[in-house]
Design a protein around this ligand. Structure first.
Ligand code: R5P
Length: 312
């Protein structure tokens, strides 16, 4: 069966890099908006009988990119594609996996249902906010991780004076994964979220005084979590040499000013989403193209993904 790779507008650079690694070119398509804002998509070549991979992170603007993904999936299904897999390097809405205060949707669950209805038969995602997301889907979710490649990029900045810091309770397991690969201790910041943009630190568990923190998280959105953690660590006597590693650098709203104001040595991240222009931070971007290309190749040929998939 022929392998076809398609992408929407969310991160064409990454999709092209994946296609190139597989010796392919992206299938042509038209993405246009009617004057009222309605999206219209059209795939320009036959996908009948093909094994199709739609590479599209649901990065900001999340809803636009999600709708593109759903429309492309529906177009492929109606055009007779045999298998349709969504490769969603960053999966938005994963944080809304429960009702935190009541009278709210469980958005992650609803999005999972909509994805299934669109005709997608399998999902590949990287470092989703919570591994429990898998349970929201009846279709298989292949959960891959960028942590091993991020750790290799981090290694030159780590020393025996470093400590891996989880900036909230949700990232504790992630911090332990980094720490065991780097052979470093872990500290945990107890954060309380006040609003979408504002967080407050309650306390720090673990030794940070005189140490260089490596703050790790699945994502940086507005930078509030990293900023609050960094300020608390500095107040607790850590060295003003902070390194941050996060798989998904959304960097929306005040994120860049917040991070710019910190004594940050390096931001290590991936190209799961297109990075904003004008990024002045010392940033190292590790490409996910090799991991995704290997995953697509394995799925297409029916080979194991055991060395790529992460279970938490
Ligand atoms: C939440 O628990 C996530 O893991 C991140 O810590 C959070 O989403 C980052 O958002 P922000 O950068 O806006 O604080």
């Amino acid at each position: 069966m022929t392998l076809t790779i398609l992408t929407g507008s969310a991160n064409p650079g990454l999709a092209e890099a994946v296609a190139q690694k597989l010796g392919l070119t992206l299938a042509g398509l038209t993405l246009e908006r009617f004057p009222d804002g309605e999206l219209h998509v059209e795939i320009e070549e036959s996908v009948r009988g093909k094994d199709v991979y739609l590479i599209q992170p649901t990065s900001p603007p999340v809803d636009e990119h999600l709708i593109e993904l759903l429309f492309l999936a529906d177009a492929c299904r109606r055009a007779g594609a045999t298998h349709i897999t969504a490769v969603v390097p960053y999966f938005g809405y994963a944080r809304q996996d429960r009702r935190a205060t009541g009278r709210e949707p469980v958005a992650a669950r609803l999005i999972a249902d909509v994805i299934e209805v669109s005709g997608l038969q399998r999902l590949v995602a990287i470092d989703v906010h919570s591994a429990a997301l898998e349970g929201f889907f009846r279709i298989p979710l292949e959960h891959l991780s960028a942590v091993p490649v991020l750790v290799e990029a981090l290694r030159p900045y780590a020393s025996e004076k470093s400590v891996v810091v989880s900036p909230d309770l949700g990232a504790v397991k992630l911090a332990h994964r980094y720490a065991s690969m780097l052979n470093l201790p872990v500290a945990i910041v107890h954060k309380m979220r006040i609003s979408g943009e504002e967080v407050r630190v309650q306390r720090i568990v673990g030794e940070v005084e005189g140490m260089s923190p490596i703050i790790v998280d699945d994502m940086i959105s507005t930078g509030g979590t990293v900023e609050a953690a960094a300020k608390a660590l500095l107040a607790a006597g850590c060295l003003p040499r902070i390194t941050v590693s996060a798989t998904h650098a959304l960097l929306v709203g005040p994120a860049m000013e917040r991070l710019d104001a910190l004594p940050m040595q390096h931001l290590i991240t991936t190209d799961s989403v297109s990075l904003p222009e004008g990024l002045t931070l010392p940033t190292e971007v590790v490409s996910l193209a090799p991991i995704l290309a290997r995953a697509v190749k394995s799925l297409h040929s029916g080979a194991t993904l055991a060395d790529l998939v992460v279970y938490q």
